[in-house]
Design a protein around this ligand. Structure first.
Ligand code: NAP
Length: 334
């Protein structure tokens, strides 16, 4: 089969399409022929050797999120050949002609969703939902601050907050155009990474924000901690700036009655998928009713992975990047 394989040589990491052994079908799982797969910034970092976190030793097949049709099912799979499914793999292997997955990591695609949309929803919506409601404890009547609102997780968070009756959604993004996109998705107040403390104080009459979903890190995290309301919950999910939060000291939390929480959706999916069930059900219900936009900002074909990675690097993509596998590639490999 063809697969987008990450290799190292002379200390350099690279990734390209090549012939690769087909995966075996697990007893408790399926083999899927992907029609679409999502390219996340973390996939790009894994392809380049810059990912902070666990990565398999190269060579390995890139990609975690996919959607497609089952071509083989194990005896204990609970799925049948031909069913449309989407999934998330804790260990990368999704950018390939065949993907093997335990049934724990696979779900049926509702008829209302396209394969392209289904490939894009798992990390964005689960991270946003678990972050806002399970870790953040957000309830109607409270206010929320969503950073990096034009990104995949940010877009999902704005929509989920509004769909659950949150009236004050403050959002940040890196340009006026991206702030306008956040407003179009339902953010009630939009601003930049420098200016948000002032806006939060203004819209909350000085009280501060109840829940913040923070993914930028560095100074943005520090400034966010300063604008939390009493008993506010600051949920840290990443550090897109490349600088993880470092300065916050624990006494700050008790002096200000603030809670800091975190989550790692891939680890939860791998180890405790039951804890995600409420979020899955909520997201599915809203998607099926057409109340959420899956947030696909760019669709490329198989050859478009490097240019899509470049677009993610340049922060020119709003929402998720999806690779459209629907046209089978029969050209000879180089
Ligand atoms: N903990 C978890 O389980 C989990 C799961 C998924 C994602 N994450 C993390 O959540 C964050 C968002 O993920 P995503 O999938 O939404 O990513 P994404 O679509 O690539 O969006 C990230 C956004 O961050 C903004 N950003 C702000 N400062 C940046 C900087 N210095 N460099 C690059 N981008 C910067 C950019 O928007 P502007 O240009 O508008 O600023 C960019 O669009 C990432 O840090 C990711 O690692 C965590």
């Amino acid at each position: 089969m063809r697969a987008y394989v990450v290799r190292t040589g002379s200390g350099k990491w690279s990734a390209s399409w090549e012939e690769y052994p087909e995966p075996a079908c697990p007893r408790d799982g399926v083999v899927v022929e992907p029609r679409a797969a999502a390219l996340a910034w973390s996939d790009v970092l894994q392809q380049e050797g810059g990912y902070v976190g666990a990565v398999p030793d190269p060579p390995f097949v890139s990609g975690h999120e996919f959607a497609g049709a089952i071509v083989e099912a194990g005896p204990d799979a609970g799925f049948a050949v031909g069913e449309r499914v989407f999934g998330f793999l804790p260990r990368p292997a999704a950018f390939a002609d065949r993907v093997a997955a335990s049934s724990r990591f696979v779900r049926r695609i509702p008829d209302e969703l396209t394969d392209i949309d289904a490939a894009a929803i798992t990390t964005s919506f689960l991270t946003a939902d678990v972050g806002l409601f399970t870790v953040g404890g957000l309830v109607p009547g409270q206010s929320v601050l969503v950073h990096a609102a034009a990104g995949g997780v940010g877009r999902s968070a704005i929509q989920l907050a509004r769909a659950s009756g949150i009236d004050t959604v403050v959002a940040t993004a890196g340009s006026a155009a991206r702030q306008a996109e956040a407003a179009a998705l339902g953010a009630t107040h939009v601003t930049g990474y420098e200016e948000f403390p002032e806006l939060v104080r203004e819209v909350t009459a000085g009280r501060g924000i109840d829940v913040a979903l923070e993914s930028v890190g560095g100074e943005v995290f520090d400034r966010t901690a300063e604008v939390m309301a009493p008993l506010g919950r600051l949920v840290t999910i990443g550090a897109s700036s490349g600088t993880p939060p470092r300065r916050l000291k624990l006494p700050f939390l008790w002096q200000r009655s603030v809670t800091v929480g975190g989550l790692h959706v891939a680890n939860l999916l791998a180890g405790s998928p039951d804890l995600l069930e409420d979020s899955w059900q909520r997201v599915r219900r809203l998607l099926v009713k057409g109340e959420l936009d899956a947030g696909v900002g760019l669709v490329v074909d198989r050859d478009g992975i490097p240019s899509a990675a470049q677009a993610l690097r340049g922060r020119t993509v709003s929402g998720r990047v999806v690779i459209d596998f629907s046209a089978r590639d029969t050209r000879p490999l180089p």
